[in-house]
Design a protein around this ligand. Sequence first.
Ligand code: SF4
Ligand code: SF4
Length: 284
Amino acid sequence: MLNSREETRSWIESVIGEFCASAGNSLQMQTGEPAWAEPQIAYARGDDPLFEQLKNDIGPFYWTPLEAFRLAWPNLDATAAELAVIVYILPQTEATRLDQREATEFPSERWARSRFHGEEFNCALRLHLAEQLTNAGSPAVAPERLAEFAYRDSERFGIASNWSERHTAWIAGLGTFGLSDGLITRLGKAVRFGSVVARVDLEATSRAYAGHQDWCLWYARGTCGACMKRCPIDAITESGHDKPACFDYIRNVTTPYVRENYGTGATPCGLCQVRIPCESRSPI
Ligand code: SF4
Ligand code: SF4
C-alpha cells in the first residue's frame, strides 16, 4: 500500500475522481450529461464508538464496520481499530435539481434517471473502489453490495437496513440529519452516498457538529419546515418522517409512474430534497 495516510487519501480520491470522470457517470440521455456532479469524500475510523452506538439504537441486525468486513473476509485477522470507512457523496447536477424543483407529484425525468442509471453507476463505483483497495494490498468491502445486505424491522425506527450509508456519512463528518430524515451535507440534501470498509490506516475527517440534527433549521432554530410542504402526501410533519407512508407512495405511485413514463426502474421520489434551503448546501 502507499506510504503515508496523506498519500493513501490522495490515491483514494483519485480512484474515485477518475471513475466519476468516466463515461459510466451518465444519465443516458441524448445530451450526454453526467448523472453526478463532483464527489466529496470523507473518512471514519472503524472503531469510532458511534458505530456501536448506532447498532445499539437500530438493532442487533445492524453491522459495525468490523462485522461487515468479516462477512467479506472471514479468514482475515482484523480489529476495528485497523479499519477505516471511506464515504463519498455524489451530488445531483444543477440540471437535475432544476428539473426536480418543478416537480410536485412525481419525480422529474432527470431525477428518475439519476436514481436508476446513476445508482447503477454508484454500485459500480463502490465495487471498483473496494477492488482497487484490495488490489493495492488493503482488503476492502462495499457493505451495501454484500449479498447479506437487507432491510429489517428496527424496534425503534421501523424499516431499517443493516448498513446505512447516510448514518455512516454522518459519522464521517459529512453532515447531519434534517426533519425529513435526509442527511444535510455541505453540498445539501440532493445527493446520494456510497461507502467502503477497508483495512487501511486513514485519519478520520473531523465532525463540525455536536448533535446529529445541528444543520437543520427546524431543529437548530425552530424555523423552515420547507420539506414538509414539498411532500405530496404529507409524510413529513413536525414529528418527522412517516417512513411507512413514504415507502407506500414510492412503491405504489412513483415507481410505476417512472416505469411507464420514462422507462426507468428503481424507486425514486426525492421531491422533499429540492426547492428547500438545504437543497445544495447546509443552511446553517
Ligand atoms: S427543508 Fe428546512 S426543515 Fe426541512 S430538512 Fe431542510 S432545513 Fe430542515
Ligand atoms: S421521498 Fe417520501 S417524504 Fe420525500 S417527498 Fe417523497 S414521499 Fe414525501
